[in-house]
Unconditional design. Structure first.
Lengths: 342, 290, 334
């Protein structure tokens, strides 16, 4: 048990074909061959591990695949390739009934506090939902109401709230309800997909504090998806930086923030606005925008915006390489550091 | 109930004249249909109570009118007013029943098409397209020639056309609800698909259907009337408002206008009331206009 | 209630005096803006900060005369160059909008018309607000697009909004906003929908455009970090009222209002990692049903009996600050 990571992802791949209608599938080119539908390459081989009780953050800009990674691990999507191991168990091709016991080990918190709760359900039913699926015998089902009250108390709501509907709550309170729902089956891993990005700063701090308290109390591991570096710096033990479906850097938090290696990580850090702008920042400014995931650039995915790119970057796709101290980077600069100076 | 009277819905209702008129007309018809037949002396379909001597009496306020028959009588001496009350019953029953059947079938197919997508979706929606290109009159004609007339055939003909609008609406809302995070949360919670559809998607796609269903009752009453008018609708023994118009139409140009004009007015008022109220519902229930 | 911070210029470009904008809904009167006053001098950037429900966007809409029923400007003055926009006719407001005051919204997709080309939409602004002929207008549009960093500007004029990416679209919106060389730009969460690397590009662009044209800007945002990098002055709103105003540095370094302090402390600070963030407890009160006394009282660590009885008014505090608090923080006090 002690050696088994809570979550291990190996070479995860996810593709989404676009356009699935009958007629779309029957398009032919001039020679009469069927035209393949365009494919969004959302995740292109991502690997990482989360130990029990550890907080791993995935950061990156919109469209980098971080949310898709989260939802694929939660098996909202079925992965196109690669392995997902929850507590040592490979769930990547599990069907519905095989997944059910796994869902007691892994739950999810969602981004939008308004869309993530069914407006027609009472709080009590929302929170009980995962638990009800896990408890099939009538005797334990009788304990659920008491359990729900205890859970609501844990996240800072009271039993009076249980009979209300989601629209009677503020964004922060709704997010607490979502957290209680995820906690109801006492999972070891919680996947949090941008859990605070829709909240006001003062409420954001409340939710982050709550999540950390719960981690200490239940020994939770988090996969924390965020685009906000200051939040990630606050909560994570380890950070993975994603770009266009690739993991470009993966390092312990302090390492990543003090010695970022990948040019994209460095650009992200320098672009993040800070309340203390006096802090001397490395200025790497990116030009242009993220290329389309329908049509990935050859070689390194970041080369179209990278200030250091040279011909090798167009030919050869860099892979994640260990550079010591638990930090790994996917960049040719690690082989030829002298390029950066020039 | 006190909560209803304190609600914004009721507040807006009391300030909307067309909604009040519409619902008043609807309630008047509901009342007439439920208790009306007990208020008139004559049962127009009980041959024994008819007297041929009373045939083609004009409305009571015209010369030769008879106070027993406020809107006059037809060729068999049937009271037009009593016929309307009995006929509205059949018309409304057909409208409501066909609406319920359409709503049920359409919602089910829409949920399936929207949720599962893929081939199932393509098949259901193509059938819906084909269905739309057949007018209900054609289907009714076909059914009549194959199995004869009857209320059940009218219902089938109406439902065959009516389900499409529900299926399309529900499919659309299902597609957007399916993307919402609470449906994903239900998946993560381990709910099987049929439970996700029943507990999460169905309750959230119903609201727009209320408007469609209301207005559809009016539409169905009209379609049924035209079917009956063309002679492919209800049988002569169960005359709806449409059939009354047809029966009167034969003698319309002989100056005996009342036998078809009054049933026609009845249909008009009924459909008008339903549409007024439906428009109010549409404004109230549409979140985009809020 | 009309104490405002002094700016360098004597005649401010825009002065709000006790602006009140209310919404009359079925559930009660929402006092979205309830007594907001501030001044902006020429060339200045004012950051309007607050959480959702603070009324910050409504201030922007009020200035532009874009408040629609059930909303209504109930009182106060909006003095733009000495002219009260709160009393101006619709016709006059249309004249001012786009020419003297323009707006940049959060979502570039909704502020651009998807059915018209970018060129048409830019041309329209100039047709309405300038006397240039067609050719000169086109040249002006091309020049503007180039200045916001869009290459091949001449071809891009023929493109439709959906053919641009999110960041590019926001550049187009900024280009349209700057076209008529307005004197005031109201930017409502202009970068909230964008990624950080794009955000920093857009912020840089806006700062440069403001400087080049000598315009002023009201930057409406919830993000204190963005404001602290952009604005000269900050106005903090809570429940539709100004709780604190002052120079950006003074507010960020040592605010006098506990709410501002709480907002700043809620942001995780990468240079000083604490086990727990200093959160503001509780939630924003229901704006239809505000408590007596200070609106922030229930969430305030410094609240005392007085706060429940008497509503605090704006008073000068240390440095350049003005705040509405009975028990303000002193410099250096946490």
């Amino acid at each position: 048990m002690s050696n088994t990571p809570m979550l291990e992802v190996r070479d995860l791949k996810m593709r989404f074909p676009i356009g699935g209608g009958l007629l779309d599938r029957m398009r032919l080119d001039k020679k009469g061959f069927r035209i393949e539908n365009p494919v969004v390459q959302a995740i292109n081989g991502v690997s990482f591990k989360i130990e029990p009780g550890e907080v791993m953050a995935l950061v990156g800009e919109s469209g980098c695949g971080k949310s898709t990674v989260a939802k694929t691990i939660a098996r909202i999507y079925s992965p196109t390739g690669g392995d997902i191991l929850i507590d040592g168990e490979n769930i990547s091709d599990y069907g519905f009934s095989e997944m059910l016991p796994v869902r007691a080990k892994m739950q999810m918190i969602f981004q939008d506090p308004f869309a993530s709760l069914n407006p027609r359900q009472k709080v009590r039913d929302i929170v009980a939902e995962p638990l009800l699926e896990q408890t099939k015998d009538a005797k334990s089902q009788k304990d659920i109401p008491a359990e729900i009250e205890a859970l609501l108390a844990k996240v800072g709501l009271n039993s009076e709230h249980a009979g209300r509907y989601p629209h009677q709550f503020s964004g922060g309170q709704r997010q607490r309800i979502g957290i209680a729902r995820a906690l109801s089956v006492r999972p070891g891993l919680i996947i949090a997909d941008e859990p605070v990005s829709a909240l006001d700063v003062s409420i954001q701090a409340q939710i982050l504090n709550l999540m950390m308290d719960l981690r200490d109390e239940f020994g939770l591991a988090y996969l924390f998806i965020s685009h906000d570096l200051s939040v990630v710096h606050h909560i994570a033990d380890r950070v993975g930086v994603m770009y266009l479906g690739f993991m470009v850097e993966n390092a312990p938090r302090d390492q990543l923030f003090s010695k970022p290696k990948h040019p994209y990580t460095r650009a992200l850090l320098s672009a993040a606005p800070s309340i203390k702008p006096t802090r001397d920042k490395e200025e790497i400014e990116l030009t242009g925008e993220v290329p389309s995931a329908l049509n990935l650039p050859s070689g390194c995915c970041f080369r179209t915006r990278c200030p250091f790119a040279w011909d090798r970057c167009a030919k050869e796709r860099p892979v994640l390489k260990d550079v010591g101290d638990g930090q790994s980077v996917a960049c040719h600069l690690t082989d030829e550091p002298e390029r950066e100076v020039a | 109930m006190t909560r209803f009277f304190a609600s914004e819905f009721f507040f807006n209702y009391t300030r909307n004249w067309s909604a009040i008129i519409g619902s008043a007309l609807m309630f008047a018809f509901a009342f007439a249909v439920l208790v009306g037949p007990f208020l008139v002396a004559q049962n127009p379909y009980d041959i024994a109570s008819l007297d041929l001597m009373d045939s083609y009496k004009p409305p009571m306020w015209l010369e030769g009118g008879d106070p027993r028959f406020p809107f006059g009588t037809d060729g068999q001496g049937r009271d037009v007013w009593a016929s309307i009350l009995y006929g509205a019953r059949i018309s409304l029953f057909i409208g409501l029943a066909a609406m319920c059947a359409s709503c049920f079938i359409g919602t089910f197919l829409g949920l399936v098409a929207g949720f599962y997508g893929g081939i199932l979706d393509s098949i259901i929606m193509r059938i819906a397209d084909i269905q739309l290109s057949f007018p209900s009159i054609l289907i009714a004609l076909f059914l009549m020639s194959a199995v004869g007339t009857g209320i059940d055939k009218v219902l089938i003909a109406l439902t065959a056309v009516g389900w499409v609008v529900y299926a399309r609406t529900v499919r659309g809302s299902t597609l957007s609800e399916k993307q919402k995070e609470y449906v994903q949360a239900a998946k993560v919670a381990g709910l099987p698909n049929h439970k996700i559809i029943r507990k999460h998607i169905l309750p959230n796609v119903l609201t727009p259907l209320i408007v469609i269903a209301t207005i559809q009752v009016g539409t169905f009453v009209l379609i049924e009337a035209s079917l009956s008018f063309l002679g492919v609708g209800v049988p002569i023994t169960q005359p709806s408002l449409g059939l009354l118009i047809k029966n009167g139409f034969d003698v319309l140009f002989s100056g005996l206008w009342w036998t078809s004009v009054f049933p026609g007015l009845a249909i008009m008022m009924l459909v008008f009331g339903i549409n007024l109220f439906g428009d109010f519902l549409r404004d109230e229930l549409n979140p985009r206009l809020k | 209630m009309t104490i405002t911070i002094e700016t360098q210029t004597d005649q401010p470009l825009l002065e709000l005096k006790d602006l009140r904008t209310h919404f009359h809904t079925f559930a009660g009167v929402v006092k979205a803006v309830n007594g907001v006053s501030f001044k902006i001098g020429a060339g200045e950037i004012m950051g309007l900060v607050g959480e959702s429900g603070g009324g910050k966007s409504v201030v922007g809409f009020s200035i532009l005369g874009l408040i629609e029923s059930p909303g209504k400007i109930e009182g106060g003055e909006i003095l733009f160059d000495g002219e009260d926009l709160a009393k101006a006719s619709d016709e006059r407001l249309r004249e001012i909008r786009g020419r003297d005051i323009s707006m940049v919204f959060q979502d570039p997709m909704t502020s651009l018309n998807p059915l018209h080309t970018v060129g048409d939409q830019m041309d329209e602004v100039l047709r309405l607000h300038s006397n240039l002929d067609a050719d000169a207008r086109k040249q002006a549009c091309i020049k503007m697009l180039e200045s916001v960093g869009i290459s091949q500007a001449e071809e891009r004029l023929k493109a439709y909004p959906h053919q641009f990416s999110g960041g590019m679209r926001q550049r187009v919106v900024i280009a349209i906003a700057m076209l008529a060389q307005p004197r005031l730009i109201i930017a409502d969460e202009p970068t909230t929908a964008l990624d950080v690397t794009i955000q920093s590009q857009i912020l840089k662009l806006m700062r440069q455009q403001i400087a080049d044209n000598g315009a002023s800007m009201i930057l409406v945002t919830h993000d204190l970090a963005v404001v602290s990098e952009m604005a000269d002055h900050i106005t903090v709103l809570y429940c539709g009222q100004v709780v604190e105003q002052g120079k950006t540095r003074d507010i960020i370094e040592s605010p006098s209002h506990p709410y501002t302090r709480g907002l700043i402390d809620s942001i995780p600070d990468p240079t000083d990692r604490m086990a727990r963030l200093n959160q503001i407890p509780g939630n924003v009160p229901d704006i239809r049903n505000l408590p007596k006394g200070c609106n922030f009282r229930a969430r305030c660590p410094r609240a005392q009996d007085l706060c429940a009885e008497q509503e605090p008014t704006l008073k000068p505090q240390h440095n350049s600050l003005v705040s509405a608090c009975h028990f303000p923080l002193q410099p250096g006090e946490k």
